[in-house]
Structure formats: C-alpha cells, structure tokens
Design a protein around this ligand. Structure first.
Ligand SMILES: Nc1ncnc2c1ncn2[C@@H]1O[C@H](COP(=O)(O)OP(=O)(O)OP(=O)(O)O)[C@@H](O)[C@H]1O
Length: 629
C-alpha cells in the first residue's frame, strides 16, 4: 500500500535551532569547529573529576606513563639500530646494542602492564562518567519550569543529550587519554628526529599533513550530513514510535494504518540511506586521496633522506634511527589526528549536553527566599496573557479574575477555549507571558516555584500512571505526609471510589500498577482516574485543581467524587473545576465561561441561565439530551 502524501512530513519538521547553529559553525570552517574542542574536553574532564578525582588522576598518570613508555621504547629501538649499523666487528656491535635491547624489552613490558591497568581504570571511569553525566542531566531537568515540556526545541535537545550526549561523553574519556598519550609520543618522536637533523622534524609533519587533512575533511562531511538530516531522523523516530508504541497499538490495528505507517517509515529510511551512501562515498574519496597523498609524501620523505645520505648530511649509522623515528612520528601524528577527529565528532553531541544544561538552567527559576503565601485568601489575575512556546496566537488574552478562598470555581467552554491553560497559570504551573497572578497580593513570578506548588493538588483526566504499588500511586500525592496508621490513605481511597479498584487487585494496595513488571497489573482508564482522584485528595492541599476529574468515571463514581469535592470545598478548600458536564457545575460559587482564550461571561448558574448567553446555550443543549423524546 502506498500513501498519497507523507504522513510524518519532514517538510513540516523544521531543523531545530541547535542544529542550525552547528551547521553554520561547521560550514564556516574547520578552525571554528576545532575551537569547540577545548570546551568539550573541559566538560568531560569536569565530569570525570566529579565522578572520581583519584581515578581521573590515575587515568591521566597512566596515559602519560604509557605514552612515555611507548616513546622511549621506540627511541631505544632506534638506539639498537644505531649500535647495530655502526662500524666495527659484529660481536662488538651486538654487545654495544645489548643495553638498548634490554631497555626496549623492559619499556615494552612496562607498556603492556600500563595498558592493562589503563584498560581497567578506563572501564570503571567510563561507567562512572556515564552515571555522573546522567545524574547532572537529571539534576538539571528536575527543577525546570513545566512550560519547557511544551517546547519542542527543549524536548529535542533533552532527547539528544540523554541518548547521544551521554554516550559521546563516555567515549570521549578514552579519546582524551589517548590524545594525551599520543601528544607525548609525538613530542618525543619529533624531538628525536629534530635532534638527528633539523630538517627531519618538518619533513615528518609534511608527510602526514595530507592524511590529516583527509581525516578531518571526512569527519566534517559526516558531521554536516548528520546536521542536514536531523529533521529526517526525527521523522523516522516518530514513525517508528507510532509503529511500536503500546499507546497507538490498538488504533493502529483498528484503523489498519500499519501498512501506511510502514510505507512512511520505509520512505524516510530510503532518504536516510541515500544520504548515508552519498556521504560515505564522498568520505571514501577524500580518504583515498589522503592516503595517496600520504604515499607521495612518505616517498618524498625517503627521497629527502636518501639525498641527505648521498650528500653526507646524515651519517649512515643514524639513517636507521631516522627511519624508525620518522615512522613513529608519522604514525603517532596520524593517530592523534584520528583521535582529534573522533573528539570532533563527539563534540557536537557533547555540545548538545552542554546546551541542555544551559537551557535547563535558564528554564529553572532562580533560587529565592520569597515564598508563596500559605493557604491564600485571594487569587487575582490581572490582564493575563499567555502564549505557548513557538505559537503565534496567545492561548489566553486579557484575563482578569478574582477568586476567594473556599470557593468552587468552574471553568467551562468549548474545546481549546483555554480552560486548562488558565488554571495552570492561576496556580503558578505556567507563568503568564504578560500580566500578573497574585496570591494575597504576592506576585507568583517572584516566589520560589515549589512554595506555590506546595499549595496545590492536581487531579487530571489522565493521571500519571506511576509504575509503583497502588498505595504508593496515591501516597506520591504527598510522600512526606505523616500517616502512620494509614487513616488518611484509607479516607482518600474511600472518598474517590478507589476502594473497589484496590480490593479487586491480587495483592490489594501492594499490587504494582505496571505491566513492565511480571507480577504487575494495569487498570482501565476509569480505574486509573479513581486512583488519580484519591491521590489529589490524599495530597490535602488548600487548592484543588480538578481537570475533567470524572470524564472516565461511571455515573455512581462520578457522583461520589463530586460529593467528596463538595465536602472539601465546605471545609475551606478552593476548588478549580474544569468540566464539560455542566450538570456538575450548577453548585459552583462562580462559573467562568471561556471562548477563544478569553473570559466571555462569569457568574453563578442562575445568573448565567438568566442572561441566556453561551453558558445557557451549552447547558440547555446538554439538558435537552436527557429530556424524554
Ligand atoms: N502544548 C501546547 N502547545 C501549543 N498550544 C497548545 C498547547 N496546549 C494547548 N494549546 C492550545 O492552547 C489553547 C487552549 O488550550 P487548553 O488546553 O487550555 O484548552 P481547554 O479549554 O482546556 O480545552 P479542552 O476542553 O479540549 O481540554 C488551544 O488553542 C490549544 O490548541
């Protein structure tokens, strides 16, 4: 089956800002990109230090020691050759070479031991750096403002940083150590060749330069291709998720949309495969060119060496040493270039990790001692406007409203009119883009976010399904609540109707509510909603937000929940209720009618019916459905 047009249209998925910025840097030249290496290396070293200072020191010492052992081992090899190629009888030459031979053997043995130790230390350090990077990511994200999770840019950076960022940080630990070792070997080899003859050192560098250029160019080609295809890879991931995700599994089958999605997946995969082939061909050509140029360079190097021998500028006895040192310098330089390129490829992802930490910091409110008033008497919205990130049209405009403690306020209106958004702004979950939200006169934008969240309990149409026991799914409403005899827990369970749900579970309240666990159980939508209501009641906060709290409940459970909400309200709680079932809002102290992001009417049920406005229209429409035909 083929689809007439793309389902997950890549043309509609813009390249994210972070990729655009990196694309620009990558195209503007090699040096610009290489200049980001030090900061990436600094981040990796900082994480390594945080993970384990002593292991970082040991890894550094081992890298330096192994570099030194290799360098001096190869230089001692050159000494062996010098002794063997010198004039005189063979036994004498062998005797002269013996100390250097012993040095070579001991240095290479030492290097083998050092490399084994390096391997062990790196394996542990890498794992610790991985954990530390994950920890920093979670520490940074846990306090981020809720609105960040509505911003696709932030979500994309978070996804990339968590997967590729952390993995590349981990692999960079070894690359940085390798680079330190290679730098030492290189310094030793270039110095040794330079000491033999000043012309030899630049000669080594010149012979390696073409391959260095090729390796760098090839890495940059891959890098640019990666950045160019960011949107396509995202589309591929979306198509894949739709096919394998449990949430879409039922509709995918019921709508027989599987083949179409598979076609879509194949279409995007074909694009990526073609791009991959193109870039690999281009990389191979560049690498081939580099190797050919290196062959020419090496030949030229030997020609210069031959000319120096012929000219008498270099004694024959030193020629062997020169060849060994030159080969060592060349191979070390080549290795350094490859390590730098690997680091360069890692840098993009490490930058994403850094960008995530930076964005998370920017999106976390700065610490303040100012606290939201506890159990506020009055909530005031002053000319509030709110726009979701990247949306041209505001979701709320010109909202002014005053609510008093203990009231039940119902927000009604058509889908998308702004009810949920307004309640989130009113309770500090979102900050308004213009205007003020004040609790007892205190501007919520100026207080510590958690102090406002402390005052609220949220019951949502689709409550979070924590992979924990049924009881913990309710206790998580307020984990710190002292309830040694479980009386508050039982009260919340009974008031929400969750008692019948829990009674039916194999291990009662201790049953884990997740199919991820072999003995776990899942619940129906309505059963989950009862657990969600119980969680909100158990939280016992002065302000209760109930956003379609009973949409999935049967009539009896719905009535019980509203009975509980009314009791809470009578006990001094402020209840913010969002519902489309207008029969449930008749008793509200204030009904706020919304349309297209604005409050178009407010009052109690009687007033609004008398005014015969949009509320009366919606109410009568629903009521008519219950009239006898
Ligand atoms: N995450 C988001 N990003 C961008 N726009 C959003 C987002 N969430 C909601 N909107 C838009 O904001 C407006 C208000 O949405 P909101 O969810 O507040 O409406 P609602 O009245 O609660 O709707 P419903 O009755 O369907 O739950 C809508 O136009 C919606 O499309």
């Amino acid at each position: 089956m083929t689809t007439a047009r793309p389902l997950v249209g890549i043309q509609d998925l813009a390249t994210p800002d972070w990729a655009l910025a990196s694309q620009e840097a990558s195209r503007s030249g090699m040096w610009k990109v290489l200049s980001s290496l030090p900061s990436a290396a600094r981040l990796v070293l900082r994480l390594a230090w945080r993970a384990s200072p002593w292991m970082t020191v040991v890894a550094a010492v081992l890298a330096v020691a192994s570099g030194c052992a290799t360098a001096f081992g190869l230089l001692a090899t050159a000494d062996v050759l010098t002794a063997l190629l010198a004039g005189g009888p063979t036994p004498d030459r062998l005797t002269d070479a013996l100390p250097a031979v012993l040095t070579v053997v001991s240095l290479f043995s030492a290097r083998a031991v050092l490399e084994a130790a390096e391997g062990a230390v790196h394996a542990v350090l890498r794992a610790r750096v991985h954990q530390t990077a994950q920890l920093e990511l979670h520490e940074a994200v846990v306090g981020v403002d809720l609105i960040a999770f509505e911003d696709s840019e932030f979500l994309e950076i978070l996804r990339q940083a968590q997967d590729d960022g952390v993995r590349n940080i981990e692999t960079s630990v070894k690359a940085i150590a390798d680079l330190a070792g290679a730098a030492i070997q290189l310094a030793a080899a270039v110095t040794a060749t330079g000491l033999l003859h000043p012309l030899l050192a630049p000669l080594v560098v010149v012979t390696v330069l073409p391959e260095a250029w090729a390796a760098t160019r090839a890495a940059r080609l891959a890098h640019q291709s990666f950045l160019d295809m960011v949107a396509e890879r995202r589309s591929q991931a979306i198509a894949s998720e739709l096919i394998i995700d449990r949430k879409t599994a039922a509709e995918l089958r019921a709508c027989t949309a599987g083949p179409a999605l598979l076609t879509e997946y194949l279409r995007i995969t074909a694009l990526l495969t073609a791009e991959n082939q193109r870039v690999e061909m281009a990389r191979s050509k560049v690498q081939l060119l580099g190797r050919a140029a290196r062959g020419v360079g090496t030949g030229a190097g030997f020609a210069v060496l031959g000319w120096m021998l012929y000219d008498g500028a270099l004694p024959l006895a030193l020629a062997g040493t020169a060849v060994v040192a030159m080969r060592m310098a060349a191979s070390t330089l080549t290795r350094s270039v490859h390590v730098v390129n690997q680091l360069y490829e890692n840098t993009l992802y490490i930058e994403l990790f850094t960008a995530l930490l930076e964005q998370a910091r920017r999106r976390t409110r700065p610490p303040t001692d100012a606290q939201a008033p506890g159990d506020p008497e009055e909530f005031v919205l002053e000319q509030v406007e709110f726009s979701y990130p990247g949306q041209a049209e505001p979701a709320l405009r010109d909202i002014s409203l005053t609510i008093r403690k203990g009231q039940t306020i119902a927000f009604v209106g058509e889908n998308g009119s702004g009810k949920t958004t307004l309640v989130k702004v009113l309770t500090g979950l979102y900050q308004p883009t213009a205007g003020r939200v004040r609790w007892n006169g205190t501007d919520l934008a100026t207080v510590e976010a958690d102090s406002a969240y402390e005052q609220i309990a949220v019951v949502l149409q689709e409550p979070a399904r924590w992979p924990m026991s049924a009881h913990d799914n309710i206790r998580i409403g307020r984990l710190e609540r002292a309830d040694p005899d479980g009386l508050a827990l039982t009260a919340a369970i009974n008031a929400s109707g969750a008692d019948t749900v829990i009674d039916g579970l194999p291990a009662g309240g201790e049953t884990v509510l997740s199919r991820q666990f072999s003995n776990g159980r899942d619940l129906s939508g309505g059963q989950w909603q009862r657990i969600g209501v119980a969680r909100g009641l158990y939280r016992d906060a002065p302000i209760l937000i109930a956003d379609e709290p009973t949409a999935a409940l049967d009539a009896r459970a719905e009535q019980a929940v509203f009975e509980s909400l009314r009791r809470l309200s009578d006990g001094g709680r402020t209840t913010l209720l969002i519902t489309h079932r207008l029969a449930n809002v008749r008793h509200a102290d204030l009904i706020v009618v919304m349309e297209n992001g604005r409050i178009v009417d407010h009052g109690d049920h009687g007033e609004l019916i008398r005014r015969d406005g949009p509320y009366a229209e919606l109410y009568n429409l629903q009521a008519a459905a219950y009239q006898p035909v």
